[in-house]
Design a protein around this ligand. Structure first.
Ligand SMILES: NC(=O)c1ccc[n+]([C@@H]2O[C@H](COP(=O)([O-])OP(=O)(O)OC[C@H]3O[C@@H](n4cnc5c(N)ncnc54)[C@H](O)[C@@H]3O)[C@@H](O)[C@H]2O)c1
Length: 308
């Protein structure tokens, strides 16, 4: 089958047997995280959804067990904006981890900061997942051919990582620039993590899931966004279902179709083309730049180190 924009997560994993594989999906109690967890569980994986809201997590897990018949669905607490919580999650993980889907995220929120003064979208979307993946590295190494998936966004086209002022201390805060920066960071993470870890059999890729109506849009006026996109590009926003939105995540997490692929950015289940300025698809060259990726890694490691 040729996978594309309309493909669902279940279709991507049709015929794939993940029995014996263990997966973590962050933000697995909402939006495309639920559908990612569902498809992995339906294919036989043992799935842990890592969530902030324990009640929502337990409800989702019960639904997924009922829907898939897979009883190996667990819930674990994780607040990505809190480094102590991330460290506790990683420290509590036992045994190998075959699949890590860094899916949780916050978009275009008003300015808020962690107790360290970090800008919240960068702290949650990037630094939390950076600490999680590096903390889980022994477990990923212990798996035979692990995969890490960074759920980024086409919104990375709005901003590269502004190394001179990542946390908006010297420039005016703009919610979309902060989101775009954090999503570029997700892609740069995939580039550098794959370079560092592929020798251990761990492959790391990033993706844009498409546009899907979820809780993610709670800080924005969705109709207004669609209008402004129509006005500036002449294009209609085509929303995907959550099942379609999870397809590229599960492709990169578990499909044999992309075995051996790493350090790439996908959209609509395909490797993305370079962005053409003015268009809303493709990947910005700055998001795949190996020098920026190495620099971000060093900055991120130093930043989270400061909380120890
Ligand atoms: N929906 C879209 O159109 C779209 C487009 C591009 C990219 N994405 C990306 O897809 C991913 C999933 O988004 P979604 O649309 O399913 O949104 P969603 O809001 O339904 O789900 C996001 C999840 O992240 C969790 N989360 C937020 N902050 C957290 C924190 N500090 N610690 C732990 N968990 C936290 C939320 O609780 C929620 O479960 C995000 O990374 C988002 O940036 C979504």
């Amino acid at each position: 089958m040729n996978f594309g924009a309309q493909t669902t997560a279940a279709e991507v994993l049709d015929g794939v047997d993940l029995t014996g594989r263990r997966a973590v999906v962050t933000g697995g109690a909402s939006g495309i995280g639920v559908e990612t967890a569902r498809a992995l569980a339906a294919a036989g994986a043992e799935v842990t959804i890592a969530v902030r809201n324990a009640e929502a997590g337990e409800r989702t897990a019960a639904d997924l067990v009922a829907a898939t018949g897979n009883k190996q669905i667990h819930v674990a607490p994780l607040d990505l904006a809190d480094q102590a919580s991330v460290r506790a999650f990683a420290a509590g993980w036992e045994g190998p981890l075959h699949i890590l889907v860094n899916n949780a995220g916050v978009m275009a929120s008003p300015l808020s900061r962690t107790p360290q003064g970090w800008e919240m979208q960068f702290a949650t979307n990037h630094l939390g997942h950076f600490a999680l993946a590096t903390g889980l590295l022994p477990a990923l190494r212990a798996a035979d051919g692990a995969r890490v998936v960074a759920v980024a966004s086409s919104a990375h086209l709005r901003s590269g990582v502004v190394f001179e002022d990542i946390h908006f201390e010297r420039r005016e805060y703009e919610p979309w620039l902060a989101y775009g920066q954090s999503k570029t960071a997700n892609i740069l993470f995939a580039v550098e993590a794959d370079r560092r870890w592929s020798g251990d059999g761990i492959r790391v890729n990033a993706l844009h899931p498409g546009g899907i109506r979820t809780n993610l849009q709670r800080y924005i006026d969705v109709d207004e966004l669609a209008r402004s996109i129509r006005a500036s590009s002449g294009q209609e926003v085509r929303w995907k279902s959550t099942e379609q939105g999870a397809a590229t995540s599960v492709l990169l997490a578990a499909s044999p179709a992309v075995a051996g692929v790493g350090g790439k950015y996908f959209e609509d289940c395909q490797e993305a083309r370079p962005n053409v300025p003015g268009e809303r698809t493709g990947v910005a060259p700055y998001a795949l730049d190996p020098e920026a990726a190495a620099r971000l890694w060093a900055v991120s490691a130093e930043t989270i180190q400061s909380t120890l």
